[in-house]
Design a protein around this ligand. Sequence first.
Ligand code: SAM
Length: 275
Amino acid sequence: MQNKEIKLPTIKQMLKRYNIKIHKSLGQNFLLDNNIANKIAKYSEPTKKTIIEIGPGPGSLTRSILQRNPQKLFAIDKDIQSKIMLTDLESVYPNKLRIITGDALDYPIWKLGSVPRQVISNLPYNVSTKMLTLWLKYINNFECLTLMFQKEVADRILAKQGSKHFGRLSILTNWLTKSSKLFDVPNSAFFPSPKVKSTVIQLRPLPKPLYNVSFDALEKITKMAFSQKRKMLKSSLNQLGGKKFLDELDISANLRPEELSIVDFCRIAEKAFES
Ligand code: SAM
């Protein structure tokens, strides 16, 4: 491990030194706790890999990743203030760190650098599910995603069939990846302290999806089924033919969407949109 960052000011000092304005609209809750940043970097094993960090902000996680000697670290933040705060760090790691100012949603991050490629991020919570859904479409370009979400969203991603949290996000994610919870993070680890709790999770692509169907078809069917979560499938899938359609697949029409398996969702999607 390298210890170059020791000469840098602390994150709190940087926020003060550069007179940083916190933008709530960009989901800015900055991690101040180095132990947590180090723990995230350690779990993701970034050494000699291409790492893409979304929303580095003042750079606590960025520092921890760089200490573990990645091949290259692309750090993308929408806020120009991040680039200003990371300039010192860039001069310590001139060949490793590349700072990009822009909206990560506009960036084909799955093409950056070379493989093995990982995403590591304390995500901006207001766009976290949008980002995840986009990256899942290109999941085979990544070795692993290590991501911090607000706890309630992490619970939805990790939820299993039958759970009240099971929904679109659980289905799309677990159809394509092995998902695991790493640890919870207390609100006190951030400035400003968020109202919601946080959880770090890790997603690793499965060798192949649980069932061969298109992303679009599965996205459409889960949207249809969960838009009326309390209703039985025969009602929510009425426009596809309701009970008759489900009988042909040997799926009980009286189930509610959270009771159905991921593979059965895929079978419905295939019949509805691909046959
Ligand atoms: N990684 C830093 C940390 O842990 O202290 C900051 C995390 S903060 C929760 C989220 C960061 O994402 C902010 O720095 C914010 O400016 C940035 N951000 C918000 N929306 C973004 C977007 N669409 N694309 C890239 N960065 C974004």
